[in-house]
Design a binder for this molecule. Sequence first.
Ligand code: TNX
Length: 538
Amino acid sequence: MKKMHWSSLLIRTTALAWAGLALWACTQDRRPQITFPKTDLSTAALVPKPGKTIATGDAFGLDRYTALYAAAGDGELANVADFLSVQIRAVTGLNLPVNGQGEGEVHRAIYLNRTDSGSPEAYELYISRDSVLINSATAEGAFRAVQTLRQLLPQKSNDTLAAYPIWPIPTGRIDDEPAWAYRGAMLDVARHFFPVEDVKKYLDIMAYYKMNVLHLHLTDDQGWRIEIKSWPKLTEVGGSTEVGGEAGGFYTQEDYREIVAYAAERYITIVPEVDMPGHTNAASVSYPILNGNGKTPELYTGTRVGFSTWDTHKDTVYSFIDDVVREISEMTPGPYFHIGGDESHVTKEDDYVYFIERVAPIVRKYGKRVIGWDEVANATLDSTVVAQFWADEDNARKAVAQGMKVLLSPARKAYLDMQYDTLSDYGLHWAAYIPVDTAYIWTPETYAQGLTEADILGVEAPLWSETISEMSELEYLAFPRLLGYAELSWSTPENRNWEDYKVRLGAQTPYFRRMDIRYYPSTRVPWQEPEVPEPIRD
Ligand code: TNX
């Protein structure tokens, strides 16, 4: 990212910000002189760890006299500033209207400015006694910066500094940008269904840790979870149950659009997955014509894999897929469509390859880029396809040989449904037990032999839901490990260190508490104790 000096920064500062500065200038002599205790921005508990931090030891006092400005006429930046304003209010109760004066005088201000160069998602954050400046080339970059600022905001005000509450933020400068463009998580809403509210909570937490892709595993043997208007039985029948035999559920198209919009407000891309030709029992129960063996299968509520397939030589199957891909693509602004392709154990190898090679052009026709589990690399595909490496390194190398990018989700390191240890309440362990440190201590850059950094699109942490049916159970598996994947995909290898990370991780408890996140209290992490009230003794 191009660095800027204060001088050029001031020249670029927009008219509105100038107004703010002028206002600040005429009020500054009335500002009370506050002495803050020394701060250290470089040891702040930021996750993921930013690229470069220089601490200056003072504090910016966020209080009722703070104003919030976005560059004049920049609607996108104003939206990001609005998001910040809402978050500040949630933690502090302060009302900082964007580009407004609030109720009274202004002593200091937060500015969001647009720079004319810089890589997407990169940002600079300058915090001084008098101002917080966020510079970025994109609104997305400003949004990532806002998360850093949120993480620097103390949960509690310091009420000893003045006659009103002040939230001191450590001063200094942060230059930051992500290591990988794709920093993802996956939710399996097919084995057990999770309603829109749960997905939104997951998105909120992902955004706080700067993740930018949520992959939804929408269909599997046990359930079809996305309404397709041209094939209504998929959800009426195929969405009616889930693992364990409880009532299932599905997203109406309206629900799905709501998830997409909520994610977009957080600069998170939704990747929809329709898993095929295996993992398709729920679709075949709804429309038995798809499976080609003349039998009507039954709804499946167990957890076996690899027993279902479609008739890969029937044109109806491809017109069905065309409808499904079209309807979902129309609702999906992001560039990707995931076609699954894993564990098709009862599809003959030739049929599998033929199928994948026929489905890929359908996805392309609707303007999307194919992602498939690593097995898809056994087909001949073009270089726009992404292979998601989960099990077989040879498949990852086959993908690279075809010029495809690889998304890293190695089950032994990145599967959130693996148990932490033998005592874990939920999860499986077919790939490994993955304690919190093991999940963090690996190097995506060099994990798979034969892959170079240029071959890798990013990292994704999938959470399969065979053993979890409630949000609190989902959270137990995802937290705190998800934060490790956020850091692995944002921070550079030089900035990643377990000993340093675990301290920053342990300091997330106030946020976890505020968000009501259930997490696995691994003894390998020095958890910051909640401030428990003094016990009442009689
Ligand atoms: C393998 S990972 C699967 C899923 C299971 C998961 C359980 C992958 C592409 N397929 O169908 O849910 O293991 O860990």
